[in-house]
Structures are given as C-alpha cells and as structure tokens.
Design a protein around this ligand. Structure first.
Ligand SMILES: [Zn+2]
Length: 426
C-alpha cells in the first residue's frame, strides 16, 4: 500500500510550530508544504489573500467597584477602540445571554459564558452594550501554565455593528463574579491593519473526466500559542499523503488539493478560494476536508453536509470495511462549511479525542498526544472513501445541499432569518 503514516508523522513534525493567520511562520509552513509537493513530483503554487486584523496599542481592564483590581486581558482583533483614556461603565454578568439576561444593558460592559453567535450578537447590539468580555481556560487554571486566547471578531457578527470585545482567563471571570464586580474601566486602543495569508494549491488532472472536480482541503494555520499539530497539521499531512497516492494512481476525475491559510480566524482561506475561482466552482462536485486527527485517544467521525444517501453510503462503506466511524449529517466549523454554503456537497473527516485526551487551541496541542498509528486510521478512511467516488463510473452524489442543512448554514453564517421568524409568528 502506498500510504505511509511514518512519512506523515515526519512532515507533521516539520510544520509543528506556531503559524498564525498572515504571519511569517504561516508562510514558512506554506513553503514547507510546497517543497513536499514538489518532492512528490507535483507542481504547487501559493494564492495570496488579505486578512484584516488589528495592531494593538493599549489594552487594560480594571474593576473599580466595589473593589479595585486590574486583570490580564487580550482584545479581539477587529473590535473597536475605546476613547483614549478608556471608559468607565457598569459591569454585568449575562451568563449565556438568554433574553432575561439582556434587560437594561445600555452602555454597559457584559461578561458572557461563550463567544456570541450571530443571533446573540445581534441581540447584544440591539441592547446597546458598550462591549463584551469572553473567557478562556477553566476556573482552576494556573496563570503560568495557560495563555489567554486571542480571538478575532467575525464578519458574520460585525455585519450588525462593532463594539469593544475582550477575552480574559475564566479564572479571572470567576473572581469578578464571585466578588460582585459592578463597575469596570476598559481601555483599548487599536489600529486596523491588513496581513497577507496564503492558500497552497495543487491540481491533478483527471484521466477520464477532467471537467469534473473533487477537492481535498485542510487548513494549515494555527491559533496563537499553539503548534497546531492535532488541529490541523494532522489534516494537512493526511491530504499530502493522499496527493502522493493519487499522483501514483492517476484519478479519473480532476483533483484539487488546497491547504487553507487563516481558517482559525473565520474560514478566510476557503472563502478567498471560493471568491477567486467562481467559474471553476461550477465544475466542483464534492469537497473532502480533514480537520483534527492523529490523537492517540480518539474516535473517527465524518460530518457530512450533503444529501442523506451520502451519509448512508459512508456508513455502509465503513461497516463493510470494519472501520469504527460515526457518520452524521451536519455542518462542521471548518472550510468544508464554506464550500457547502457555496452549494457544493462537502464533508469533513476527523478524529476527536475524548475530553482531555488531546488539546486544540492551546499550548498543549503538541506532538506528545499524537501518533503515526492514529494518523493512519483517518488517512485510510479518507483514502478509501475518496478513491471510490473519485473513480466512480457515474458520479453518485447529487450536487445539492438539502434544506435542513441550508438552514444550519444560514444560522452558522448569520444570514438574516428575520423573514422566516415573522412567518412563523403568523
Ligand atoms: Zn481546525
């Protein structure tokens, strides 16, 4: 068999450094991928795109009533500055932001249990908040062993307006609520800037149906503080191994392999690809994504945004081959979802660790929790499935996104569902 999980594991070590959206390190990883592509005997290229972000000049968060204490804080990129010198406002803990949590918030700073989705974000804007604070980590983390996530405001939210947004340790959020913090002073001074990020692209021409395209995707960027090997260096090396396989076994249909940059800041790489290749997209029949794999502890999953018959097909294939794979019709927060939103049936293969068995989005996403053997499991499943459709005599998957999935996509991307809401009320 042509698959070598050892080779995958070696490449994973090579790209296992922090490589955030639009950074020099992200570009360095792209070039390592390009080198690997040429060593396979293929020709790859980079496609660049702009990433709006922020240059942070000043940020601080201080509780001023009923006690005084300054907390460590990171701002969201692409949120907005306070006036120079900061603002002092009332502070309210709004839990999950249910309607009863959202009363009398005008001009106040709120602490919320999770990053708001578009529906909640819109409500927060309507309530007139001055800004919001989210939390990362756990209430019992030690400061020197954790980092505060640096997030970025998503376009699907900011279409409803921008506010100042901050992130703190959950430990500190807990402290603020426990001690009944009621007034805060917040200062955030930022400057809007643009970085350049890259997708890495390779095409393998189909031998029989060159005008029918199936694309493989994996994002290769990481979040700050994370070497991003589990999420998603692993997916990146898996599709590299598939490229090698299909180079040696020429496919009947044309294959695109795309390593996406800037997924972690809002699927920006896949969105840029979709925008830059509008004509070509008409030929795309299916997008096969791999995001999160290689964990020693874990279970295999396929999340499929397509008609039910594809879910049944993958489920049957897994059973026939004896692969323990859970298949669901769903959307997944990754580049496959951007493709599905463009009307292209999409799916993500992944290996999920049990809670605490491997870590994403923290400094603990490291090689220690991964193995070549575990990488091989997701690789084989992805290869067997994709080979069957890539070389099918008649392409079996309808190029259509079912209504129930369209609804989930609209929710995910924060498309205004106001009309549906009002018709429900009638
Ligand atoms: Zn990921």
């Amino acid at each position: 068999m042509s698959i070598s999980s050892q080779r995958e594991f070696e490449l994973l070590k090579k790209i296992g450094f922090v490589r955030t959206s639009g950074s020099q390190e992200e570009l360095k990883a792209a070039n390592i991928l390009l080198q690997e592509i040429s060593s396979i005997g293929c020709e790859g290229h980079l496609e660049d795109f702009k990433v709006p972000t922020s240059n942070i000049k000043k940020v601080s968060l201080k509780v001023v009533e009923p006690y005084e204490k300054e907390y460590e804080v990171t701002p969201y990129n692409c949120s907005i500055s306070t006036p120079e010198g900061g603002i002092t406002t009332d502070f309210v803990y709004i839990e999950d932001g249910l309607d009863a949590n959202l009363v009398d918030l005008k001009g106040k700073f709120v602490l919320i249990n999770m990053g708001p989705n578009p529906k909640l974000y819109k409500k927060l804007m309507k309530a007139g908040i001055a800004g919001y604070i989210t939390m990362s980590g756990t209430a019992r983390d030690e400061e020197d062993k954790t980092d505060i996530t640096i997030a970025r405001m998503r376009e699907k939210n900011t279409q409803y307006g921008k506010v100042t947004a901050l992130n703190i340790r959950m430990k500190d959020g807990f402290h603020m609520v426990q001690n009944k913090a009621s007034k805060v002073k917040v200062e955030l001074i930022t400057e809007d800037i643009e970085l350049t990020s890259h997708n890495v692209v390779v095409t393998l021409e189909g031998t029989k149906y060159p005008d029918e395209i199936i694309s493989f995707g994996a994002h290769y960027d990481s979040v700050p503080f994370s070497t991003g090997v589990y999420d998603n260096g692993a997916g990146s090396v898996i599709i590299m191994e598939l490229l090698k396989h299909f180079k040696e076994n020429p496919p009947m249909r044309t294959l695109k392999f795309v390593w996406y940059g800037s997924e972690e800041v809002g699927l920006l790489g896949s969105k840029a690809y979709l925008k830059a290749h509008e004509e070509e997209l008409k030929k795309h029949l299916l997008m096969i994504n791999v995001d999160v794999a290689g964990s020693i502890l874990g279970r295999e999953m396929a999340l499929v945004t397509a008609e039910q018959s594809l879910i049944d097909y993958i489920d049957h294939m897994a059973k026939i081959k004896g692969y323990p794979l859970k298949v669901e019709q769903s959307i997944y927060s990754s580049d496959s979802t951007a493709f599905a939103d463009a009307g292209i049936p999409s799916l993500t293969f992944c290996r999920f660790a049990p809670q605490g068995g491997a870590f994403i989005h923290t400094r603990h996403d490291v090689m220690d929790f991964l193995s070549a053997e575990a990488l091989e499991k997701t690789t084989i499943i992805t290869k067997d499935f994709s080979e069957s459709v890539v070389n099918s005599v008649v392409f079996p998957i309808e190029r259509k996104i079912p209504e129930n999935m369209k609804k989930k996509l609209d929710e995910y991307f924060g498309k205004d569902t106001e009309k549906e809401d009002s018709s429900e009320k009638k």
